[in-house]
Design a protein around this ligand. Structure first.
Ligand code: GLU
Length: 370
């Protein structure tokens, strides 16, 4: 039996602190090596893999000899800044031992919300994946301004999955999936293998499995599932603390699957069309209009006019010479730079603007042709 993980193309895997870090505060090296072997197998099967890894605070608190129990925000941030180095080193070694290159990315939740930073983070992740590297992401805890809560990385992983158009998100955790009740307290609790829709009944079932290090509980996992499934991404909750957890899940092993409500491309188009208010208009010539219909990006050369005041990352309307709306998309340049680029070749962008920008005014991944 195979699972949705076996058929996915772009996969985000989130690993919780209690899975990656021993109770003594050391990385679980043997386990991590085997997990990395699973990642290598997924990549060899043609999939792209992104890791979201917790564990910085758990690794750092021991090195700083901080006491057990709750930490003050500045202590947690200090622990994260020490532990993140150890975390990155563990990933670098484990991935290298399996022939892969690790790339560290520290994000805040704002980076996945604010569209200009979002576009950059997405482009960087895309570049890393096409270069064959394995991005390893954590929250940038040392500069976070809000309280650091365990479980934030579940949400961050879901946001990353939607941001990169992943079709599968796996949360490796200290519990093997969702039950009708908390299985630790209630022996009658029944395991749920598949959830086609997150209903209020499902939400009511989310208990709080006990663990002193990781797991924000099922509540944060369901929150992550809502973000992922609405963004067209299937999500699995599976047990991390076993050997080769990804291989087992791919082969149909135990886990709860929460199913996507559409596919990533459709969800993204819906977002660009529905959720974003256009801030300006680009008028294009007939050649560019044809290129857009053919699935190409919109290049500055095909633009004849720029209207409205917008910033990089804002949604804009694309009109043809007759004024008919033919597309919508996210502008790679603000309206000032866009105006300066009207009719210019992409090769001239650096000369015109004084910096090397993106070749397209709207990249085809950020474009919905009507
Ligand atoms: N970013 C935190 C860490 O690396 C973990 C947050 C979480 O587990 O959700 O220690």
């Amino acid at each position: 039996m195979t699972s949705r993980l076996a058929t996915a193309k772009r996969v985000v895997v989130k690993i919780g602190s209690s899975t990656l870090v021993s109770p003594e505060g050391e990385p679980q090296r043997v386990w991590l090596n085997r997990l990395s072997a699973d990642i290598a197998t997924l990549k060899a099967a043609g999939k792209e893999v992104i890791v979201v890894s917790s564990g910085a605070i758990a690794l750092g608190r021991r090195r700083l000899k901080l006491p057990k129990g709750a930490l003050k925000l500045e202590e947690a941030q200090a622990a994260a800044s020490v532990g993140q180095i150890a975390l990155a080193q563990s990933w670098t070694e484990a991935l290298a031992a399996n022939g892969m290159t690790a790339a560290q990315i520290l994000l805040t939740l704002d980076d996945t919300e604010e569209r200009r930073r979002y576009l950059n983070a997405r482009a960087t992740l895309g570049a890393l994946l096409s270069l064959g590297a394995v991005p390893v992401i954590n929250e940038n805890d040392t500069v976070a301004t809000a309280e650091i809560r365990f479980g934030d990385n579940d949400r961050l992983a879901a946001r990353v999955a939607v941001m990169v158009g992943a079709d599968c998100l796996v949360l490796l955790s200290d519990i093997d999936g969702l039950y009708t009740d908390n299985p630790v307290r209630n022996p009658e609790a029944v395991f749920i293998p598949e959830i086609p829709e997150i209903t209020p009944e499902i939400e009511a079932m989310a208990g709080r499995p006990g663990s002193d290090m990781g797991s924000g509980g099922m509540v944060t996992k369901l929150l992550a599932a809502k973000i992922a499934t609405a963004g067209g991404c299937d999500m699995a909750i599976a047990l991390g603390q076993i050997d080769h957890p990804l291989r087992r899940l791919a082969e149909g092993g135990r886990g709860t699957w929460l199913l996507a409500r559409s596919n990533p491309a459709a969800a993204r188009k819906q977002w660009i069309l529905g959720a974003l208010k256009p801030a300006g208009t680009l008028t294009v010539d007939a050649g560019a209009a044809r290129a857009l219909q053919g699935g190409k990006s919109l290049l500055p050369a095909g633009i004849t006019a720029v209207d409205g005041a917008f910033e990089r990352g804002d949604a804009v309307i694309v009109r043809d010479g007759e004024g008919t709306e033919i597309a919508r998309g996210l502008a790679a340049y603000g309206s000032d730079d866009a105006t300066r680029l009207i009719g210019r070749r992409s090769a001239d962008i650096e000369t015109v603007l004084g910096y090397p920008g993106r070749a397209a005014m709207i990249h085809r991944d950020d474009l919905v042709v009507l």
